[in-house]
Design a protein around this ligand. Sequence first.
Ligand SMILES: *Cc1c(COP(=O)(O)O)cnc(C)c1O
Length: 384
Amino acid sequence: MTPLRPGEAHPESSDPLLLTPGPLTTSKSVKEAMLHDWGSRDPNFIAINRRLLGALPRIAGGAEDYVAVPMQGSGTFAVEAMLTTFVPPSGHVLVLVNGAYGNRACRILGIAGRRITVHETPEDTPPDLVAIGRLLQSVPDITHVFAVHCETTSGILNPIEQLAALVSSHRRRLLVDAMSSFGALPLDAAALGLDAAAASSNKCLEGVPGLGFVICRREALAASRGNATTLVLDLFDQWQAMEATSQFRFTPPTHVIAAFHQALEEFDAEGGVAGRGVRYKENCRILVEGMRALGFRTLLPNALQAPIIVTFHMPKQPGFVFQRFYDGLKERGFIIYPGKLTVADSFRIGCIGRLYPKDMRAAIKAAGEVLEEMGLAVPLPRAA
Ligand SMILES: *Cc1c(COP(=O)(O)O)cnc(C)c1O
């Protein structure tokens, strides 16, 4: 199956493009990889799964002492598996919160009965490294720190390198939700000294949804035996089964894995993290500049903006009705996303998935048309 080359015409003219945080637009060839049924013990399927799991740690820097453990389900299943496998019941996690995914980690840990301390900053503000250093100093029984790389709630890029350096200088373990950045932004697990990072098949790696995975430091994973408080989310157990039999403990999402394998071939053909990062940065630049030219304002300054998803302030003009804006864009083939911020009324437009600069330009053109259709001045007047 020949991988699509970046810049090729979009093959899905009939499906709207998903300018969302996921699920995302995938290539036709990724979807076509699902046109077969595999038995979970089929040697071909096992070989596909092996190659897939071998490729994932390479995306995280490729150090020998890291392994990828898959987890059936959406990304949150992998995050919950990571937190409840790596943090022992006696552990204490400093959770860095500046959006919904940090809050979700708090809920996961609370339900699992793990102690937490929360360091929260507003959704448009990175964590405060000085305050975190002070906390790690003054609360000696904190065992782990949990951080979100790109907080998809706002699209903010959290300073993972500085955080990692701080956490290791205080000799604590770092667990990262790298869901929306993995594959598009560099994440060198060994250089950062991570114990684990969770991601999934359907964000920047452009597979279909249904498989999460955790990049695990082998030694930390080996030491996690007995930590898990559920059977299905026990990464240690999943890893042991994979090592021993190359098989999942429970029914694997065979079609998702076949599609993910194809998606990784296309990822390599695009030049891996560097190549994909370039396309997404260009998508993001076109989106931000185009929307600003139409009079929209971004929540974040460029320096804090990850090239993943962009949050825009809701225009204040009485004539601007978000539902009409959304519907008008949908009619033109673009699905955008409502905001879920507490700091501002907003909406979001994503730039990841099988989207190219020409798609972003078309989306901007469509946004301008919809504003005119709503009878608004374009660009929107400055006060908006
Ligand atoms: C998408 C995402 C997740 C996982 O969400 P699911 O809906 O469970 O796939 C977790 N963290 C971040 C930062 C995300 O962007």
